[in-house]
Design a binder for this molecule. Structure first.
Ligand SMILES: [Zn+2]
Length: 387
């Protein structure tokens, strides 16, 4: 029943969005679909208008990939394209509603992996199906410097059962983006990675599956991070950061969840700073941004719970000032199809807190605080769904 409601809510969003977009321009013609069958993969090329966005959904028994294009109008008489290779049997096309074109790929094998991404000039959406690889993170990261990618898989087997078992940790910044820099030169990107690694160790000891969006000092665009979490089908997404303020005296812990409306003192300033690295992805469109907000919106209540739990235990563990839970529009969170939070583990701009953040012992304390917050959230979530 819960599942049905979710689907209905999803399509309601979908409809209102596509209706309002379609009014802006009447013609979103889909006229050409082609494919390329390779030994390692099959690629399907959908020629789309620049404004057309998409949402991907995986279906099983039999294995299928469903791609909804919106706004879009099907101008193809052909309703079925046969491929019949080792990855894809055929493509089925239909006009699902006035402004939504539905594309179903009937897959050849239940074991597969997929990626959906736009061509560099945004004139095509490319769907790729290939054999599953063991190192899924490495495969996902391989495309990190490529154009903007976006997918959405609302069917998460682990959550259906009411179990949380897969956590995606996102160490903030990395590579060419150092994040905030402290008075003696400590970089936010170093602190976030060290804490994420320690936190991963603690969570894995509890039998949880943990993935990191980066394991080393590399640049990953903000929109790519939630994308990785979605493709990994995470149950929780947590982005880890260290704060910076205009005043050197500013200090303490604060935790955020994504919302289109800001709430909490200074929330917008923090969001503006953390969103600054976003400029890396020129192809990001406002149309897609709207969809991203809708995706994380569905998890807002859970993200709020998650944020409070992390905040409470992290303040306890570190004894730093409690600046509270706040909300604002965070690019790194907004596309995540799961409860998501962003934690600021202290002010790197504050000389006293910078000194703490340099210490291995303090980083461990931070990781332990977040760990307790996560475990408490997981326990309460599982009680809620089973009771
Ligand atoms: Zn940051």
């Amino acid at each position: 029943m819960a599942k049905i409601i979710k689907v209905v809510v999803f399509f309601t969003f979908f409809f209102s969005l596509s209706t309002c977009l379609a009014q802006a321009s009447p013609d979103y013609a889909i006229e050409k679909i082609s494919f390329q069958s390779q030994p390692d993969y099959t690629q399907i090329f959908l020629d789309v208008p620049r404004e057309t966005g998409y949402i991907v959904k995986e279906l099983s028994n039999p294995p299928r990939l469903l791609i909804n294009l919106y706004p879009a109008k099907l101008f193809l008489s052909q309703r079925e394209i046969k491929i019949e290779d080792q990855f894809v049997q055929r493509i089925r096309l239909s006009q699902d509603s006035d402004h939504v074109v539905k594309i179903v790929l009937d897959l050849s094998n239940p074991e597969y992996s997929w990626a959906v991404f736009p061509s560099e000039d945004s004139s095509q959406i490319i769907v790729e199906v290939r054999s599953p690889e063991k190192d899924v993170v490495r495969r996902l990261l391989r495309g990190q410097e490529e154009a903007f990618t976006f997918s959405f898989s609302p069917e998460k087997a682990s959550r259906v059962k009411g179990k949380i078992r897969r956590i995606v940790l996102d160490p903030g910044h990395g590579g060419k983006d150092p994040g905030a820099i402290g008075p003696t030169g400590l970089k936010e990107k170093e602190v976030t990675l060290a804490i994420a690694k320690e936190l991963a160790r603690l969570l894995r000891r509890e039998g949880l599956e943990v993935y990191l969006t980066r394991e080393d000092d590399r640049f990953i665009p903000l929109d790519r991070r939630a994308e990785i979490a979605n493709q990994l089908k995470g149950d929780i997404f947590l982005s880890i950061h260290a704060n910076a303020g205009f005043s050197r005296k500013a200090g303490g812990i604060e935790t955020f969840f994504n919302s289109r409306y800001s709430y909490g003192k200074g929330a917008e300033e923090v969001a503006a700073r953390e969103n600054a690295a976003f400029g890396s992805t020129a192809t990001f469109k406002e149309v897609r941004a709207i969809v991203w907000d809708l995706i994380q919106d569905q998890y807002r209540a859970e993200s709020n719970e998650l944020s409070h739990s992390i905040q409470r235990y992290l303040v306890q563990a570190t004894n730093l000032e409690d600046r509270g839970v706040k909300s604002a529009r965070f690019y790194v969170l907004r596309g995540a199809a799961m409860p998501a939070a962003l934690v600021e583990v202290g002010f790197i701009s504050n000389p006293w807190e910078e000194r703490l953040l340099k210490r291995d012992s303090f980083r461990k304390k931070v990781a332990l605080g977040i760990f307790r917050g996560l475990m408490d959230y997981i326990r309460e979530y599982q009680e809620r769904v089973s009771g």
